[in-house]
Design a protein around this ligand. Structure first.
Ligand code: IFG
Length: 487
C-alpha cells in the first residue's frame, strides 16, 4: 500500500518541479474553497475540486467567491500568476494552514486541481490530508492527445464522456474523434442524411453501429471543453470512404453504391476525385462539422489511399485543404499528405515514415503518433486478447521509453506540436476493451507530452506502480503489465 502522504512522488505526469516541506494540510469540516468572483469556469473547477475532496474526506468543501484577499479560508484558486507559467501552467503551494493554486488561465487551475487529486489519499479517510509541497508545473508540448476510432466499432456519448474524464486526469488536452471510415459514418450531416441513416447503420462484425446526432456531438464537444480538452473531428478522405460511397450512388464514378462493409481490410475505397459532386459533398460536410466544432482544427485523414492514383491524390489533398480553409479551420492529415502541396498551417500527423520527409521539407508542423510506440490498438504482448500487431508488439515500457524530440530524423523540436496516441477499434468493442488497451500506456504518453525532457523509465515505472491502486479505485480495467511491480 502506497503511503498517501508520500504521494507527491507518484504524480503522473511528473511536474516540472516539486519541493517538499514539513507536515501536511488536513482537510476538515472547516475547509473552504475560495475562487474568482463571477467566473463560471473557475467556479466549475472549484466545484470539481470540492467533489474530489468529498470523495476522500466524506464532505464536500463549500465553494465561495473571493471578495477580498483577507484570510477567510484555506484553499484559494487564483488567476493571478507569474506569466512564465504560460497558458496551461500552474503553481500550487500546500502548507499546514492552506492551499494556494495560481494560474494565468482556468486551464492551468484545472491541471493544478488534477495534481491535487493525485496528492489526495486514494481511499476515503477521516484524516484525509495533502502533503506539504510546492509545485511549479508547465507543459512541454501544447498537443497532448488521444484518438478514439468510433467508426470501426461505435461508442456512444456515455462511453466517450467516460474516456474524456479518464484522460483529463492526466492533463491530456486533445481528443481526436475518427468519425468516418469504410465501416461507419458516425456524425449526422443534415444536408446528406443517408450518411448516418445508411452509413451509420452497421460496424465491424455486422453489428448495428450507430451515430452521434448533431446535438449529441455538440454535447461531447462541450463536455470535453469544460475539461480543457479540444475535440478534433476527423472525416477520413479520399480513402477509408466506403460508408459514404455506400450511402450515395452519385458519389461513385460507377454511379452505383457499393455494399456496406463490415470487415477490416483497408485501402480499397476512394472518393471520385474528378467529379465536382465530391467537392460539393465535402464542402457541405466540412461546413456542418466546422459549425459544430468551435476548435481550430479539422482532420481530413489522407491515409492509405491505395485506390487513388498519386496524381489524383495530390490534386485532391490540395482541394480539400482549400475547403477546410474556406470554413476557417486548419487542416490536419496523416503522414501521407506530405506527398501533396500543403497549405501554410496544415499539420501532418506522423504515424509511418511515408510523407514525412516531404512534410518536413514544407516546414509543416507535426503531431507524432509513431505506430510502433503509441498505437494503443497494438497488442501489449503475444498473449493480448485484443489488438493488432502489424506495427509490432508495444509493451508499457515500449510506449514510454522513447524521446519525441529526437524520434524523427532531422526534425527540430520546434516543428513538433506534440504527440497523440490513437486507439483504432477493429478489435475493440466495449468500454472495458477501450480501458484495457488505453491504460496504462496512455499515462506514459501523457507524461512524454507534459513533463520536462529526460525522464527515465526506472523512475516512471515506480510512480506508475502506485497508480495501479488509483486506477482500480476509478474502476479502470487496465492491463497489469509485467513491466511494472504493481503495489
Ligand atoms: N492504419 C489505418 C487505420 C487502422 C490502423 C490499425 C492509420 C492512419 C492501421 N490508418 O493508422 O485506419 O486500420 O492499426
Amino acid at each position: 500500500m502506497h503511503n498517501p502522504e508520500d504521494c507527491y512522488v507518484c504524480l503522473i505526469p511528473k511536474p516540472t518541479s516539486v519541493f517538499e516541506s514539513e507536515g501536511n494540510f488536513s482537510l476538515s469540516r472547516d475547509t473552504i474553497i475560495f475562487t474568482q468572483k463571477d467566473n463560471r469556469e473557475t467556479g466549475f473547477i472549484a466545484n470539481l475540486l470540492s467533489t474530489f475532496l468529498g470523495e476522500v474526506s466524506g464532505y464536500e468543501a463549500p465553494v465561495r467567491e473571493q471578495d477580498s484577499d483577507k484570510k477567510q479560508g484555506n484553499i484559494y484558486l487564483s488567476l493571478k500568476a507569474d506569466e512564465s507559467l504560460g497558458e496551461e501552467g500552474y503553481e500550487v503551494s500546500i502548507t499546514t494552514d492552506g492551499v494556494r493554486l495560481h494560474a494565468n488561465s482556468p486551464a492551468g487551475l484545472f491541471y493544478g486541481v488534477q495534481t491535487l487529486r493525485q496528492l489526495l489519499p486514494i481511499y476515503s479517510s477521516e484524516t484525509a490530508s495533502l502533503p506539504a509541497v510546492s509545485i511549479r508545473d508547465v507543459p512541454r508540448f501544447e498537443w497532448r492527445g488521444a484518438m478514439l476510432d468510433v467508426s470501426r466499432h461505435f461508442f456512444g456519448v456515455e462511453d466517450v464522456k467516460r474516456f474524456i474524464d479518464l484522460i483529463s486526469h492526466y492533463k491530456i488536452n486533445r481528443l481526436h474523434l475518427h468519425l468516418s471510415d469504410d465501416q461507419g459514418w458516425r456524425v449526422e450531416i443534415k444536408s446528406w442524411p443517408r450518411l448516418t441513416e445508411v452509413g451509420g447503420s452497421t460496424q465491424v462484425g455486422g453489428g448495428k453501429g450507430g451515430y452521434f446526432t448533431q446535438e449529441q456531438y455538440k454535447e461531447i464537444v462541450d463536455y470535453a471543453r469544460s475539461r480543457y480538452i479540444m475535440i478534433v473531428p476527423e472525416i477520413d478522405t479520399p480513402g477509408h470512404t466506403n460508408a459514404a460511397l455506400a450511402s450515395y450512388a452519385e458519389l461513385n464514378s460507377s454511379e452505383e453504391a457499393p455494399e456496406l462493409y463490415t470487415d477490416t481490410r483497408v485501402g480499397f475505397s476512394s472518393l471520385w476525385i474528378n467529379s465536382e459532386i465530391t467537392y460539393t459533398f465535402l464542402d457541405d460536410v466540412i461546413r456542418e462539422v466546422a459549425a459544430l466544432t468551435p476548435t481550430p482544427y479539422i482532420h481530413i485523414g489522407g491515409d492509405e489511399a491505395r485506390s487513388t492514383s498519386e496524381e489524383d491524390y495530390k490534386y485532391f489533398i490540395k482541394r480539400i485543404q482549400e475547403i477546410v480553409a474556406a470554413h476557417g479551420k486548419t487542416a490536419i492529415g496523416w503522414s501521407e499528405i506530405g506527398e501533396a502541396e500543403l497549405l501554410p498551417g496544415t499539420i501532418a500527423q506522423i504515424w509511418i515514415p511515408a510523407g514525412f520527409e516531404n512534410a518536413k521539407r514544407q516546414s509543416a508542423k507535426m503531431i507524432l503518433s509513431p505506430a510502433n510506440k503509441i498505437y494503443l490498438d497494438m497488442k501489449y504482448d503475444t498473449s493480448s486478447p485484443l489488438g493488432l500487431d502489424w506495427a509490432g508488439l508495444v509493451s508499457v515500457k515500449d510506449s514510454y521509453d522513447w524521446e519525441p524530440g529526437s524520434y524523427m530524423e532531422g526534425l527540430e523540436e520546434s516543428q513538433i506540436l506534440g504527440i497523440e496516441a490513437p486507439l483504432w477499434t477493429e478489435t475493440v468493442q466495449s468500454m472495458k476493451d477501450i480501458e484495457y488497451m488505453t491504460f496504462p500506456r496512455l499515462l506514459g504518453v501523457a507524461e512524454l507530452a507534459w513533463s520536462p525532457k529526460g525522464q527515465t523509465w526506472d523512475d516512471y515505472r515506480q510512480r506508475l506502480a502506485a497508480h495501479g491502486e488509483r486506477m482500480e479505485a476509478m474502476g479502470i480495467n487496465f492491463f497489469k503489465s509485467p513491466d511494472v511491480d504493481w503495489e
